[in-house]
Design a protein around this ligand. Structure first.
Ligand SMILES: NC(=O)C1=CN([C@@H]2O[C@H](COP(=O)(O)OP(=O)(O)OC[C@H]3O[C@@H](n4cnc5c(N)ncnc54)[C@H](OP(=O)(O)O)[C@@H]3O)[C@@H](O)[C@H]2O)C=CC1
Ligand SMILES: O=C(O)CCC(=O)C(=O)O
Length: 430
């Protein structure tokens, strides 16, 4: 069976992206394993709706520069579509479509009443100055106004965006509709109806999964070491939570470089260092030595946490990983060739659509609170998050054991089946 999506490849706007082809390949694999109807598989490979927009922005030097933005809604079957907004130099329509597809499976595993979506603007946020990021965000919101809404599509932060970005979207949308509409985005500041604990939720969820994996493998956290790629929202919170658990973080990387200290990196000091640095980088931190980026992922450790980009673990380095647990905090860090190599090793994989699902889970809590106008405290948020993450982890492990699947196939199986069943029960393929 071909991994290609339906339609004429020459005019399919998604297939130029290797990330989209990777998502299709994963879907084909799971469809074969669970005998999913081929017509339905083709539908699931094809996002329901995509919008590409021009975003002209007045730059600080007086020029007008036009950026390209994307919003892809993979499925609206289970409820509004949900997913982050990414600002990254090379983001394209296919990458956003893959990320949207993964959001559908993620919401399926977590049993959330959402379909999957994702957005992106091809821009390096580190290069934006003054008010450029705000103007870019507000214009993008204007341009996609016709396809978003609290019951249609709800955005959240992803790479390169944050609470402030969500605040601008909330404000721009609210001005259009004429009333305050906090439920249009999640991951916004708490003062504007954001949920306490959303910022930390993805990293916390990652560490709940790691703890369950350690329990299963009989690993005591105090004896464990970790390597983390990415020190943004997800990577830094993961480091902090691992340290609380007693795990030693021995290497960390960001886009500017990688550092290592076999005795353990002082994470609170590293956070301080990066916050004070104009490029917000970890490079140059005095409490660790610089290492080549290529060595980061192959540094021996108990748990390896890719928390940055997709397709960083490939056929080239998969055989050199020296970890016992691979906790995929990033979306799509492992490509299918690498996956095949890893599945023949003793590495315990916590697949992305399970591992990083804490973010969208607390986004769901935020959306519910905004709709109900009734806010929870952080204790409630964290205990509900833990409950949902543990339930999902053990459902994935039960599926893996029952069907003799690896953890990735088991997670995909649960996520895809949830969406497929809802589509079939609704009648046609909505
Ligand atoms: N935010 C969330 O709630 C969720 C995020 N995710 C996923 O987690 C991952 C990280 O997202 P998030 O933490 O929010 O994003 P951030 O933008 O906060 O952080 C991204 C991190 O990745 C680093 N990075 C960028 N390029 C490279 C590179 N070439 N090599 C090494 N590191 C690099 C960045 O470095 P620098 O700062 O130097 O640019 C930064 O440390 C993404 O895959 C995202 O899709 C998944 C679920 C939810
Ligand atoms: O919180 C959300 O709605 C989505 C988070 C996200 O983009 C992701 O899980 O990849």
């Amino acid at each position: 069976m071909s991994a290609m999506p339906p339609g004429n490849p020459a005019s399919n706007p998604f297939v130029t992206s290797p990330t989209y082809l990777m998502a299709c390949q994963q879907l084909r694999n799971v469809a074969r394993a669970i005998s999913l109807d081929p017509g339905l598989t083709d539908r699931l490979m094809t996002p329901k709706r995509s919008q590409v927009v021009a975003i002209p922005v007045r730059m600080e030097d007086g020029r007008t520069e036009t950026f390209v933005g994307y919003r892809v809604q993979h499925s609206l079957t289970s409820g509004p579509s949900k997913g982050g907004l990414r600002y990254a130099k090379n983001v394209d329509l296919g990458e956003v479509a893959a990320l949207a597809m993964w959001m559908s499976w993620k919401c399926g595993i977590m049993n959330l009443p959402f379909g999957g979506a994702k957005g992106g603007i091809a821009v390096d946020p580190a290069e934006l100055k003054g008010g450029e990021k705000e103007r870019l965000t507000r214009r993008f919101t204007d341009e996609i106004q016709n396809i978003i809404g609290p019951r249609v599509d709800v955005m959240a932060p992803d790479m390169g965006t944050d609470e402030q970005t969500m605040a601008w979207i909330y404000d721009t949308y609210s001005m259009k509709v004429g009333y305050a509409c906090p439920e249009i985005v999640t991951g916004k500041p708490v003062e504007l109806g954001g949920c306490v604990g959303r910022k930390e939720a993805t990293g916390r969820g990652v560490v709940y999964c790691i703890t369950e994996a350690f329990n299963e493998l009989d690993i005591r956290p105090e004896t464990a070491t970790a390597v983390v790629q990415g020190f943004g929202n997800v990577g830094s919170v993961t480091c902090e939570e691992l340290v609380k658990l007693g795990v030693k973080v021995v290497a960390v990387g960001d886009r500017y470089g990688s550092i290592r200290n076999a005795r353990g990196i002082d994470i609170p000091q590293l956070l301080n260092y990066a916050a004070r640095n104009p490029r917000k980088t970890i490079v140059g931190f005095p409490g660790a030595e610089a290492i080549p980026d290529a060595e980061l992922l192959t540094t021996p450790c108990t748990v390896l946490v890719p928390a940055a980009l997709e397709r960083v673990i490939t056929a080239e380095n998969a055989g050199q990983l020296r970890c016992r647990v691979l906790a995929e905090a990033a979306n799509g860090p492992t490509d299918p060739e690498a996956d095949a190599i890893i599945s023949n090793s003793d590495i315990f994989v916590i697949p992305d659509i399970l591992c990083n699902a804490g973010g969208v889970t607390v986004s769901y809590f935020e959306w519910v609170q905004d709709l109900a106008q009734f806010m929870w405290d952080e204790e409630e948020v964290n205990s509900q998050l833990k409950k949902q993450m543990l339930r999902a982890f053990h459902r994935v492990r039960a599926e893996a054991k029952a069907r003799n699947f690896g953890n990735r196939l088991a997670a995909l199986s649960l996520g895809v089946q949830k969406v497929a069943t809802e589509k079939q029960k609704r009648g046609l393929y909505p």
